[in-house]
Design a protein around this ligand. Sequence first.
Ligand code: DGT
Ligand code: CA
Ligand code: CA
Ligand code: ZN
Length: 572
Amino acid sequence: MTNAEIAAVFEQVADLLEFKGANPFRVRAYRNAGRTIDDLRESLADVAADPNRELTEIDGIGKDLADKIVELVATGSMEMLDELLAEVPESVLAILRVPGLGPKRAAVLYNELNVTTLDGLREACLSQRVRQLKGFGAKTEASILKGLDIAAEAGQRILWAEADEHVQAILAHLRQCDAVGQLRPAGSYRRGKETVGDLDFLATADDPAGVMDHLAAYDEVADVLLRGDTKMSVRLTGGLQVDLRVVPDESFGAALQYFTGSKAHNIMLRGMAKRRGLKINEYGVFRGEDERPIAGLTEDEVYAVLELPCFPPELREARDEFNWAEAGELPQLIELKDIRGDLHTHTTWTDGAATIEEMALAAKQRGLKYIAVTDHSKRVAMVGGLNAERLRRQWAEIDKLNRRLKGITVLKSVEVDMLEAGGLDLEDDVLAEADWVVASLHYGQNQSRERITGRVIEALENPHVSAVAHPTGRMLMRRKAYEIDMEAVLKAARANGKMMELNAHPMRLDLDDVACAAAKNHGVPIVVSTDAHRIEGLDAMRYGVQQARRGGLTKDDVANTLSWAKLKKMLG
Ligand code: DGT
Ligand code: CA
Ligand code: CA
Ligand code: ZN
């Protein structure tokens, strides 16, 4: 059992207890346990299996919790969870997980309207019965409907980072097949979209059947959904669909262009071709009724006959790319190698798993020149958030470390919470001593759009805040963004000379591509930061850079492509 699986069980117990209206302290104890476990570096199952060790040695794990974990690891279940599940219909669990709903509201829906399934919930919303409940209203009803869409999508799509693992494994598998010539992933994966519905692969081969046999033999294939002469769809054990097309070499470029999409981009392209008397499809570009294509071997060639640049796949969303191309202003998109520093990371001082020095050396190894240690402020008590005194102690240690380290600078920083009632979690005098300050809104995410926007703008107006971290709070497929007026926030950022974060965590990617483009239009610099809680977390930078590219950002639009000296000057 992995830590994540164990944590999920505790979360589930907390949800069910809350649904039942149990003592809030008891609920919180289980919820905190889940989070603690999720953040642990060591495998609990390993520690539990080690006769020389006790679970209680681990920070945050007491006797009660240890007993429950041992039970779970040993038997694969937990008596308490089984008892709860015997009392509550299982389908209710899906309702608890609808983003924006939560156990308390789910209980009201269950008790008052007898809602026990997702379909039942949608029906209750559409017939406007939900808004009549005490404490719900039309706005809540609309947000539940939105949450239902997210929940429905969550079952059907996966994070890009997870798709990438499958893609690399499938590429490696297919490359072992002698019949395979050229081979490329296409579709939303190639466009770097934050979530991916299915995987699309394109191959050339003299013997297409041989390639399909090879894919069918991939050990994760659960069943073959469809098989023709040139295309095949399979389903993997986890449910993910994989589409494969096998094409001749002379149309590889045309097919790659077509199956990369997006569909909307392709529709625009077809229209442009038509106006020139040309026809474009997955086999090539054709003039009039000619049967021989005038282009199709490479993607470059396909776009070139339409006098278009070969758009980076991240830009193929039918947003601004055709206008940019027409004006000759296609942006030179940022690349991972342009990044010089990471401005949001955590260490063992709060909820990180590595020390400051370990994080700094790992950042250096990844070619970075500076790293900001932005541990939590005291409001985040659950992880031992820092007060002014401990923060100053951490900074003294950073000063010492910087004298020793070569080739990397550690910035004295903090992730300061925007308090529910307004204001920041640390006084100005201590913030003034920091090199870099990110402000985050972790609590009170259910407040109104006005209040949340007000809190964020207030933080931007604080002279010591450098940037707003994960500005919408969304968690892909888990939690929707809080209500926020991004236009107003970007205007305030601009007016106060502040920056906005693109959090590179694959589940956040926040700001998203569209908001990044809006920030650029407002003249607000973006910083792409990993929010790493462990060394490997630093590798998330590439996901952030990919999202920045989808937003059309260049090196000049992203402030952490600058040296620290220049970035500091820019902050003023
Ligand atoms: P996904 O899988 O939902 O994340 O998104 P995509 O973009 O990968 O969509 P998918 O897998 O249905 O199709 C892959 C690409 O094939 C798509 O981006 C564009 C192309 N394509 C599929 N169907 C059509 C179509 O009806 N018309 C055009 N023009 N292109 C299509
Ligand atoms: Ca796809
Ligand atoms: Ca597909
Ligand atoms: Zn953070």
